[in-house]
Ligand binder design. Sequence first.
Ligand code: SF4
Ligand code: SF4
Length: 469
Amino acid sequence: MQTSFTLAQLADPQVAESEKILRACVHCGFCTATCPTYVLLGDELDSPRGRIYLIKDMLEHARPATAEVVKHIDRCLSCLACMTTCPSGVHYMHLVDHARAHIERTYARPLPDRAMRAVLARVLPYPARFRVALALARLARPLVGRMFSVQQRSPAAPADRPRPPPRQGFAALMRRIAAVLALTPDRPPAAGSPAAGVFPAQGARRGRVALLSGCAQQVLAPAINAAAIRLLTRHGVEVVLPKDEGCCGGLAHHMGREHAALAQARRNIDAWIREVAGGGLDAILVTTSGCGVTLKDYGFMFRTDPAYADKAARVSALAKDVSEYIEELDPTFVAPPPATLVAYHSACSLQHGQKIVRGPKRLLEQAGFSVKDVPEGHLCCGSAGTYNMLQPEIAGALRDRKVANIEKLAPDVIAAGNIGCMVQIGQATNIPIVHMVELLDWATGGPPPHALKITSKRVMSSQSLEAVS
Ligand code: SF4
Ligand code: SF4
């Protein structure tokens, strides 16, 4: 694609990077076929190619973002299916990240939109605030639910029919609040999240890793990291949860809030580099694949920051999805699980963002599970960080389509590698959904996942659960 940036514009490293990306696009349109928003809405401006044109026009003319541009960029899930499909290697992720930061700097959003985003940015990345917000949401849900029909799935809206685009204003805000409440779990998790500290390896030590505690996952599903710690220590790996780390910055980053995102990332980089210099680290492991994409991008995010460029690149080089590291460990599966059909939901942030496609499924099969891929597995479930709260109509249509595809398989359990997908899919189906590391922990001698225990009557006999627990 031809571009016409001035030399003065290209002196800005962010513009220079975006120009390089734009020039790689040959506007072939292959990406449109796998873009969830284009598949649903059928509008070229809601396709990767359409968004690339909008971004090019906005950046080339150094214009403030318009309402039209914001509408179509906001509808992008950042699922990165377009990057998997693109034959020209267009790095859409860095381009849309730049566009979002430009929007945040130059566009005055309507007040309800601003308010909603500010609340999400100030609550979700902070576990203590998020816990309080969830408790309040549980109290508010019956009231708002009656007013705005908070429900699992709308029977009047077939999975593949796009719903009307959201309107701005109070009604749109209330729909978004209803969407947030619908995502709230009915009760807090049974156990708390693993505390910061060192979890020693059992037997001879084979490695030492940091495990990202993160933010929302430790509140919603602390059992995931507990399972990862059990599995890793059982296989001779010492696990560190550094006390000063927190949200990876991904939530703020995807809302264009660069300052907040970089501040959160710096705090983590400092915490991990201290560990590298202290006890040493073989890897920094992530059980939330959305955060994994962000960690692996720290090197790029800080490339022009002399104080952090090297440290950030080091952290990115150490970052691994937990499934990548478990594969390297070649785990010992001690007890075959009972015949269990697993629908493996491949999160976009794993398959498109980190190009991790076969490993998780291979591990589950080695563990003795029967595993099936979900039809239309390349399409996002609609979770996408804060997307399901900011774009509930499109997110709901994608969720219903995903759940319909999963239910066609009639699985006993759904396995995923990202808490966002687990919450999004879990609100629309009665099939238990777990993190894949919980299944692997179970198959290597750990307890059965809690979600399977509470549905054990329907899924499998409690005797067979006990046999492997
Ligand atoms: S597939 Fe790649 S090159 Fe083709 S239009 Fe999409 S982004 Fe551009
Ligand atoms: S990131 Fe996903 S939603 Fe956004 S343009 Fe690419 S394929 Fe479409």
